[in-house]
Write a protein that binds this ligand. Structure first.
Ligand code: GLU
Length: 303
């Protein structure tokens, strides 16, 4: 009996040591998605869109310049050593580039924070934007939106040991962090005025503040928060049910309707041929949520 117990104890130790080694030198943590799991996007070399000033400029320079996020797990992440971007939003940007005739490997990504997206599109800094960008009427006065390509909802991220905050009704007197210029920030400001709002440029700074007890919760879309929680499951958790609808669109310059409709076509084609699902499974799907059905494209009239 005693011997069995000793053997078992030794085995447990061995297994634990093996598991620990796995996470260290033996196998470095996977940074982005596994390349072989991602779709290959066929470049439509015959494609032309001369009616779009944005497309004409991009075709002349030989690549699209795309605005994105760089600190949102599984959605838009930049590898600090290689400078490469990866994630679901990045795959959406790539499938669009290929459909519009330009090599996705040549896309130049620019990190643009939530508060600066409209300006970046208005002053021609980027051709289009793919980064958890909610379509709404206010923003439609400033930019155009193709899509939606995904439907998220506002939620709350708290420390794993948090017991008081279970939903937005529990935020009175609590310090809540979100990104300046975001729809979740505006919703807390308008609908939960007793919360103490803290704004930063990015959600990753909010998460740092949460981990160091500077704030009590981070609020933004569930898709973003689930990614942070999946990367630190012992420290963080997402609580409650989503309390808004955040349809993600591709931001384009306000009056470039030709570009907007061409991107709508590209999204529909990639949803039909399976690339959308394959891209989701290899990126955002890694946070543990199975692929939903993509929402219907809203091809609103030219403006
Ligand atoms: N989807 C929301 C928004 O567009 C929150 C995420 C973000 O800030 O990118 O404002």
């Amino acid at each position: 009996m005693a011997r069995t117990r000793r053997v078992l104890a030794a085995l447990t130790l061995l297994l634990a040591a093996g598991a620990a080694a796995c996470g260290k030198e033996g196998s470095p943590p996977v940074k982005g998605p596994q390349p072989e799991k991602l779709p290959h996007y066929q470049v439509d070399t015959a494609f032309r869109l001369d009616s779009s000033p944005t497309w004409r400029r991009a075709a002349k320079r030989g690549h699209f310049t795309v605005g994105a996020k760089e600190d949102q797990p599984y959605l838009g992440e930049k590898d600090p050593s290689s400078g490469l971007y990866s994630g679901f939003d990045i795959e959406i940007a790539r499938m669009i580039s290929a459909a519009l005739g330009l090599d996705p490997d040549r896309i130049v990504f620019r990190t643009i924070a939530s508060a600066n997206r409209e300006t970046a599109l208005q002053n021609g800094q980027i051709d289009y934007y793919v980064g958890t960008y909610t379509i709404n009427d206010n923003r439609k006065k400033l930019v155009g939106f193709a899509g939606p390509y995904y439907l998220a909802g506002q939620s709350l991220l708290v420390r794993a040991n948090e017991t008081d905050i279970k939903g937005p009704q529990d935020l009175a007197g609590k310090r809540i962090c979100s990104a300046a210029g975001s729809t979740p920030y505006q919703r807390i400001q308008q609908e939960y005025p007793r919360a103490v709002l803290v704004a930063y440029d990015t959600y990753s700074i909010c998460v740092d503040n949460l981990l160091t007890y500077q704030v009590d919760a981070v609020t933004t879309d569930d898709a973003i928060l689930i990614g942070y929680a999946a990367k630190a499951p012992d420290e963080l958790k997402v609580v409650g049910r989503p309390f808004s609808e955040e349809p993600y669109g591709i931001g384009v310059p306000r009056h470039d309707n030709a570009l907007r409709f061409a991107i709508d076509d590209a999204l529909e084609a990639n949803e039909r041929n399976g690339n959308w699902k394959k891209a989701y499974d290899a990126t955002l799907g890694l946070s543990g949520v199975p692929a939903p059905k993509p929402p219907p494209i809203d091809r609103y009239p030219a403006s």
